[in-house]
Design a protein around this ligand. Structure first.
Ligand code: SF4
Ligand code: SF4
Length: 296
C-alpha cells in the first residue's frame, strides 16, 4: 500500500495532513522534560506521569511499527453568544465533542489500514495516550512548532486538532524531512499573550495560561486574571489569532446569551451543550468563568 493511498483516504474524510514516523523516542523529549522540570503546570500533574511511555511509544501497542499523525481542521470562526462573549474556536459548540468525532474518523482509517494490511492492528489516540503528539507530527513532516507552541501546518495554520493512529502496519517511513520553524523574527504571539504566559519562544507557563485557567484548572479565576480574559469565557486563542499563518474570520453566534447560561440547570446544560467540548469543563466551570468576566 502506498502511503499516498492512506493520505488520500484521510483527506477524503476531512483531514488536512497525514504523516508517518517510526515508533522511537520522540525527537523533542529532552526539550519537553526540561520544560516540565521548570514549568508551572498547575493541576495538569498528569503531564509528570508516564514518562516511560512517552519515551518509548512501542509500549503503547504490541508490535507497533508506525505512528501516523493526522491534522483535522476546526473553523477560523470564533463561536460567540448574541451578547458578545465567546469561546475558543476548537470548542465548536454546534458540533459533537471533537474527541468523539475524531475517534470515529480515526477508526474508519484503521479499517482502511486493515483492508490493506489484514494482519495489522491499530489504535486511535485522541488525547487518550501519553504521547508527545506534536513532536511526532513535526517528525512526520506535517508541520512545525510555532513560537506559540502550536503545530503550524504550512498552507493552513494552527487551527487544527491532532490525532494519532498507532499501527502494526509497516508503512514506508520517509527519510526525516522535518519542516524548519518559519516564524522568522515574528514574536506577535509572545507580545500579545494577555497574561504573559508565553514567556519566550516555545516556552509556556501553563499556570498563567487562560486556556488552562478557564478549562482545566479546578479553582475559580481570580480578579487579576479575570481582567485579562477579554470577552472569552472558554479558552483563549489570542496567541493563534495574531499568528500570520492563521486566517481570521468574524465571530458567529452559536451559543445562548451569557445570562441564559448563568441561569442554566443541569438538564438545560445537557440539552444545549450535552455532547460538546463544553461538557468536559462542566456547567459550574462555565458559570464561574462567565461570572469572572461579568465582574471584571
Ligand atoms: S492561550 Fe492565551 S493565555 Fe495561553 S499562551 Fe496563548 S495567548 Fe497566552
Ligand atoms: S505569531 Fe509569529 S512567532 Fe508566534 S507562532 Fe505565529 S508566526 Fe510564530
Amino acid at each position: 500500500m502506498s502511503n499516498q493511498a492512506f493520505i488520500d483516504r484521510a483527506k477524503e474524510l476531512g483531514f488536512i495532513a497525514a504523516g508517518f514516523s517510526k515508533p522511537q523516542t520522540p525527537a523533542h523529549l529532552d526539550f519537553f522534560l526540561s520544560w516540565l522540570h521548570h514549568a508551572e503546570i498547575g493541576d495538569m500533574t498528569y503531564l509528570k506521569r508516564n514518562t516511560g511511555l512517552r519515551k518509548d511509544p512501542r509500549r503503547l501497542l504490541d508490535g507497533l511499527q508506525t505512528i501516523v499523525s493526522l491534522a483535522y481542521p476546526y473553523p477560523a470562526t470564533k463561536p460567540s453568544t448574541p451578547d458578545g462573549y465567546n469561546a475558543s474556536r476548537y470548542s465548536t459548540p454546534e458540533q459533537e465533542d471533537y474527541h468523539l468525532r475524531l475517534r470515529r474518523l480515526g477508526k474508519e482509517l484503521c479499517t482502511f489500514i486493515k483492508e490493506i494490511f489484514p494482519e495489522s492492528h491499530s489504535r486511535v489516540c485522541v488525547d487518550s495516550a501519553p504521547i508527545l503528539e506534536r513532536s511526532f507530527a513535526v517528525t512526520s513532516g506535517i508541520g512545525f512548532f510555532g513560537k506559540n507552541n502550536m503545530l503550524i501546518v504550512p498552507g493552513y495554520g494552527s487551527y487544527c486538532f491532532l490525532i494519532e493512529i498507532l499501527t502494526t502496519a509497516q508503512f514506508s517511513i520517509p527519510f526525516a524531512r522535518e519542516i524548519e520553524n518559519r516564524c522568522g523574527s515574528c514574536t506577535r504571539c509572545i507580545d500579545t499573550c494577555p497574561t504573559e504566559a508565553l514567556k519566550a519562544p516555545f516556552c509556556i507557563d501553563v499556570s498563567q495560561c487562560l486556556s488552562y485557567l478557564t478549562i482545566e484548572a479546578r479553582h475559580d479565576i481570580d480578579t487579576k486574571m479575570a481582567k485579562k480574559m477579554g470577552n472569552t469565557f472558554f479558552g483563549c486563542d489570542v496567541c493563534q489569532e495574531v499568528c500570520p499563518f492563521n486566517k481570521q474570520d468574524a465571530p458567529t453566534v452559536s451559543m445562548p446569551p451569557a445570562d441564559t447560561i448563568m441561569r442554566m440547570k443541569a438538564p438545560d446544560f445537557k440539552r444545549v451543550f450535552g455532547k460538546t467540548a463544553f461538557e468536559r469543563a462542566g456547567l459550574e466551570k462555565l458559570k464561574s468563568n462567565i461570572k469572572a468576566l461579568l465582574n471584571q
